[in-house]
Design a binder for this molecule. Structure first.
Ligand SMILES: O=C(O)[C@H](O)[C@@H](O)[C@H](O)[C@H](O)COP(=O)(O)O
Length: 260
């Protein structure tokens, strides 16, 4: 059972990133208060990376014990270590290098020059094994119950590196897969699958700009996940669409906030 979508709209993309960062601090603080640690799945893309940068500006950011946060990725561009286009590289530059994380709790997906060489299938299998090892009995599966899974959304409705009508979107068993011939460069990636994403406690889809309005409207309007993979990204307890006004222009009326 997953949670029906909720929509929160901010005036512009900067406010979207800042408000999401503040919301994330609160979510991590609450998770740590409840169980001593917190887990977050990071996303690549402009919006996701902007949220990480904005986290540094959140006055209460150090209410989070960053050494007790488990960091995962929803997807990774399959590139060499330190490549500027890797989501890990961008996340380290935006946030992880600036707060006191526990390096052993930062779970990056293998690079293309890592221990599995340039085989993305082996890198995907290794990450699936890592997730299974991190899962506890109460998670009821081979993926930890991530406190929050951050996801971006593409113009054609992709999320993570799960693209419309792609082999990844049809995956029902594996939790992590290699993605080849990706329409968004670079072509080779490693990605969580929708079944893995749906093990999250909360899924936050964050996107802005007019170019995303159609995909957002279709996802919230009932499109299937094969056509709009972001529509299949739902959390066990909460599914939150965090938008700016430009991306929300076509959101179905049922999601419009009550008039003040
Ligand atoms: O590795 C990636 O590229 C991301 O994981 C991808 O899913 C991204 O989040 C969306 O394409 C949105 O990207 P923007 O926020 O830059 O539009």
């Amino acid at each position: 059972m997953t949670a029906a979508p909720q929509v929160v709209v901010q005036a512009n993309s900067d406010l979207l990133a800042a408000a999401t960062a503040a919301r994330l601090v609160t979510r991590l603080v609450d998770a740590q208060a409840a169980k001593g640690s917190a887990s977050v799945v990071l996303t690549g893309g402009r919006t996701g990376t902007a949220v990480l940068s904005q986290l540094l500006a959140v006055p209460a950011k150090d209410a989070v014990d960053w050494s007790r946060v488990d960091f995962y990725w929803g997807d990774e561009r399959f590139l060499p270590t330190g490549h500027p286009d890797r989501n890990e590289t961008q996340a380290r530059e935006a946030l992880l290098d600036h707060v006191h994380v526990d390096p052993s709790r930062v779970y990056a997906m293998e690079p293309s020059d890592g221990k599995f060489g340039d085989d993305p299938d082996l890198a995907a299998s290794a990450y699936a094994e890592l997730l299974a090892a991190q899962a506890r009995p109460e998670d009821h599966g081979d993926v930890p119950t991530f406190d929050v899974c951050l996801l971006g959304v593409g113009e054609e409705g992709h999320t993570a590196s799960i693209f419309p009508s792609s082999p990844a979107v049809y995956e029902t068993e594996r939790t992590v897969v290699a993605v080849r011939n990706c329409p968004k460069p670079p072509p080779t990636r490693v990605s969580l699958t929708l079944p893995a994403i749906r093990r999250s406690s909360e899924v936050w889809l964050l996107t802005g700009g007019e170019s995303k309005a159609a995909a957002v409207a279709m996802a919230l309007g009932g499109a299937g996940e094969v056509q709009i993979p972001a529509a299949g990204a739902q959390g066990q307890r909460r599914t939150l669409w965090l938008l700016d006004r430009a991306a929300a222009t076509k959101v179905p009326h049922m999601f419009q906030p009550p008039l003040a």
